[in-house]
Ligand binder design. Sequence first.
Ligand code: SF4
Length: 657
Amino acid sequence: MSSAVAALPIHGLHALAYCERLFYLENVEMLRVADERVFAGRRLHVELERKEDEGEVLAMALESQRWGMVGKVDCIRRRDGQLIPYEHKRGRAARSSTGEAEAWWNDKLQVYAYAALIEEHSGQSITEGRVRYHADNVMVRVLIDDDAWRMLALSVARARELQASIVRPQVTPNEKLCVKCSLAPVCLPEEARLHDAVTGRWRDGGRERQGDGGMERWRDGGTGRGGEKALANSSGLSISQSPSLQISPSLSPPVSPSLSPPVPQSPSLPVSPSPRRKAIRLFPADDDRQALHVVTQGARIGRKGDRIEITTPVDLGEPPQLHPVNEIGQVVLHGFAQISTQALGFCAQHNIGVHWMTSGGRYLGAWSTGAGTVQRRIRQYKALTDAEFCLRLAKQLTEARVRSQLSFLLRADRQDSSPRVSKGLTSEISALPDGRATDTIEESSRVVTESIATIRKLLGPMSRVKNIHSLRGYEGSIGAQYFKALPDLISDEAGPEMKPNGRSRRPPRDRANALLSFGYALLMKDVLNAILVVGLDPSLGFYHQPRSQAHPLALDLMELFRVPLVDLPVIASINRRQWNADEDFTIAQGSKCQQVWLSNSGRKKLIEIYERRKQDQWKHPVIGYSLSYARLIELEVRLLEKEWMNEGGLFARMRLR
Ligand code: SF4
């Protein structure tokens, strides 16, 4: 084997036999989502090694130059002069048509591979391996014959083919495998199937193959004749009774990541669930891990055992706070907080994103180990250097944002038109004030109604633009209308000082704009965090242009969430009179204009409002399941990636209702 080619881990072959895409995610894109089953599988191995190392059993790490494989065989025993590899599995054995226990196909392949390694190292011929299934306490023999070597050779060749490819294989047609797969939350097979159902790529219960037809060709032994049956007929070996091989359902796959298709061509989907199938949720509805915001100036963040420790300056007289690492998803440092090297390394080890913001509320940047691999980046670069493709995505994105802005104004307009009707309105809208003077209500209503009418008029031409430049023009005009109406969504009782005067940033010139700017900075942090978790490059977007410090792809994706995660809760909080105009803001007179920032208490309040809003549930109109906004941010990044993997059509479908 050439030293330039990475050794193939035998557990990778096990994954390959389970699902080509799983092999690719784990062994090419290097994604790992360890779950309970993975850890349970590992524990089993540890126990076995401890229990059996005094007998004739050995746990042995082996490498084969000839096959280019590495692996650690559970144990090897000598029986009647023959060396026999043993593999231990936590689950149950497969059953033949007559009910006899037999090994699953992926377990057999693993045994073939161990036999190859032992043969090469010992110089002895290996004719048999054994698999022990602990759940039903049976030992199954695996014959190592010519067919076994042939299947192993084909499997290794297919694995090498995939390792050299930048195209992520399609999802398996066997949905049951996905339910047990620990990589399902990053693979999103149901969302791909939903796309296929709508576009008609599912036929006759199987997925229409594209590209080189990899798995079928590989599984049918290269015969192109319905493979396993041909193999079974020629050898009497019952690998499987169906065109699909029997794959162990108890797989505790060492799980991982991806590749992309060359031509991005995702047809648009209707914004309604497919009548043909309902997606099973394989994406977590919520994230148990929280963002840890450190806003005290001079605070120090360190590591203490398995916990993150926050120490505030001595003069505050506060005891150190300890946070278990498994409860933290992000650490956010506001202003002059310090973090130790040990804590940074600890965060990297546990995939905790670390973010810095200025004390003025500007987002500075992030520290993340990221999960990006070259294949994923190549796919992104290929797709996002196609101007037509970028325009299509940008249109989807701007339409989603504008429709959310429109919905927000429409809610307020309805509220103003019939203030007595509050039933059925959301809590945010119920928080809008009643009791204004009639002429004020009418005037407010008129401004909002006019803005709504203008935005509606602009929507049609915006959808027909031929280039990004024109799209920006329409989006700018619509944004101006939206911000013109925004002051009229704010109650007079909240006080004139809390009303925005248009949109101002760098610096914000009024309190409402200070709140919006800080809210957008928090949103930027979450979107960037999700992009890094998914492994895309935030510096290449499809709509925004590169500029200082702001990552274009993060700016793009933020558009989806500005209204529901920032505008709406900020306006609602003003109408609830949650803000103290003096204590929560710092006002400075600049050379040209007034500059308004949030004070320490103001930042704390908005962080709380924003983080609480992220936990609200939202139901996806196409996929049909509910999830928190916190999870939705990551889901949208993953759906975006699918746009250039021939699995698209679900990105930017969210609308504020
Ligand atoms: S979720 Fe399904 S398609 Fe995706 S890697 Fe796992 S088994 Fe394969």
